[in-house]
Design a protein around this ligand. Structure first.
Ligand code: SPD
Length: 428
């Protein structure tokens, strides 16, 4: 070849835009493209960007393959660079052309032309041996570096995952995925937002249930809106006073994904006291009888897609009516750091319905939600003060007996004590 390497610069146009935005699919196709050409893959590094697009590189023993995608232009810029005679970069090119459903133009350059360079007598002082960590059973082990990112335009939280997506469905409402993360176990994500992970879901699920359940003087009939992963009902069924939980989840794909991949979270779907309705919670509360529920838990997603209506006054007015006179409502209130305006507006909305002094805000550590600080808001029709109107001894015994990992009788009151800047946001 009279050169050290071959470099093909490719313009892939008219590609399938969905594929160009799917980081897992792109990574898989790039690895396959390298392997089909006979290259030895050493590692991969892929990221998706906001609001869309993917960048990544596959490092091969014979150099690298790189890609950057612009789904909005149905365009991908690709570099295929191989050294030596053993790998043919055009084989990688063919594979990617098919995988991206692309048209193309391409240009090949020789790199390190032997007309221009001559080998010297240079001998490095330290000759490297192959690192054991990249060799497994005599073969190179691919080190994959693929990240899921939950973000807005200015901040992000990223979790590295195995590269394989265990569940991936575009339901009629949203994209539902389960990833296998390296640090947090399996994770449920909806539309690129983290919903829960195996490792830290107990923070959220214990806190959306226990403080308000411990406050309730009568806890027999409960309504859960959302909560399709099952973590909230799992915590609720720890109360044997409960006679019936009605759960209304709009997206059966969330329930199915959780049952298939998150068994420790979805463990109570067969509880005989559960009435599971796959339907629209917003419509459901419009038609609810008055004075029906002792507790309503709104375990929704963030206010985009089908959960948008869970952040409106009309919805909370209907919930208020459906509560008994001593009833309580709790809703996830987003983050005062990450979603300041939604947090303030929701608080204001609840105060307009329950009364200024009957809405109480809690904070807890949400390690895998952006900013790590998350809120829950309680509306008390009974007019109780959650910091003091609970039985501390019972809460202690309950949390010990049930081996709770986040909630305890001291945290109960502490969770309602807010940092000054948060108090200021909601004029408390
Ligand atoms: N940004 C995440 C907010 C998600 C709240 N709901 C999580 C569902 C867990 N049951």
């Amino acid at each position: 070849m009279n050169a050290l390497g071959r470099h093909i610069l490719v313009e892939f146009t008219g590609c399938n835009a969905e594929i160009l935005n799917d980081v897992a699919m792109i990574e898989k196709s790039m690895i396959e493209a390298a392997q089909k050409a006979g290259a030895t893959v050493i590692n991969t590094n892929f990221h998706h960007f906001s609001p869309w697009g993917v960048s990544g590189v596959v490092v091969i023993q014979e150099s690298h393959l790189a890609i950057h995608t612009w789904p909005e232009y149905r365009y991908a810029a690709v570099d295929l660079f191989t050294c030596g005679e053993t790998v043919d970069p055009w084989v990688s090119f063919d594979w990617l052309k098919t995988a991206l459903e692309a048209s193309y133009s391409a240009l090949e350059m020789k790199r390190g032309s032997l007309n221009l360079i001559k080998k010297s007598n240079y001998k490095p002082k330290n000759i490297r041996s192959e690192s054991d960590s990249t060799i497994e059973n005599g073969k190179f082990k691919i080190e994959r570096n693929v990240w899921f990112t939950d973000k807005d335009d200015q901040q992000a939280l990223s979790l590295r995952y195995s590269g394989d997506v265990l569940f991936n469905e575009q339901s009629p409402f949203q994209q539902v995925r389960i990833f296998d993360t390296l640090a947090y176990g399996k994770m449920l994500a909806i539309n690129n937002m983290v919903m829960c992970t195996e490792r830290d879901e107990f923070h959220y699920h214990e806190m959306i249930v226990h403080p308000v359940a411990q406050l309730s003087k009568k806890l027999e009939k409960v309504l859960v809106i959302g909560g399709g992963d099952g973590g909230t009902i799992r915590e609720l069924f720890k109360y044997n006073t409960i006679q019936k939980v009605t759960m209304v989840e709009i997206d059966e794909a969330v329930i199915r994904a959780s049952k298939l991949h998150l068994p420790t979270i979805s463990s109570e779907f067969n509880n005989p006291k559960l009435e599971l309705i796959v339907g629209d919670g917003i419509e459901f509360v419009k038609k609810c009888k008055e004075n029906e529920y002792d507790l309503i838990i709104v375990d929704g997603s963030d206010p985009v897609g089908p959960a948008q209506g869970l952040f409106t006054a009309e919805f909370y007015k209907n919930c208020h009516k459906a509560l008994t006179t001593q009833g309580h409502l709790i809703t996830q209130g987003e983050s005062p750091m990450f979603h300041k305006n939604t947090f303030i507006e929701l608080n204001h909305c609840l105060k307009g319905i329950f009364g200024k002094n009957q809405v109480h805000t809690m904070l807890f550590h949400a390690t895998t939600y952006p900013s790590g600080m998350w809120s829950l808001m309680v509306g008390s029709k009974a007019g109780l003060d959650p910091k003091i109107d609970f039985n501390k001894q019972f809460a202690k015994e309950f949390s010990e007996k049930n081996k709770l990992k986040y909630y305890n009788e001291e945290l109960h009151s502490a969770a309602f004590c807010l940092p000054s800047f948060v108090k200021e946001l909601i004029n408390q």
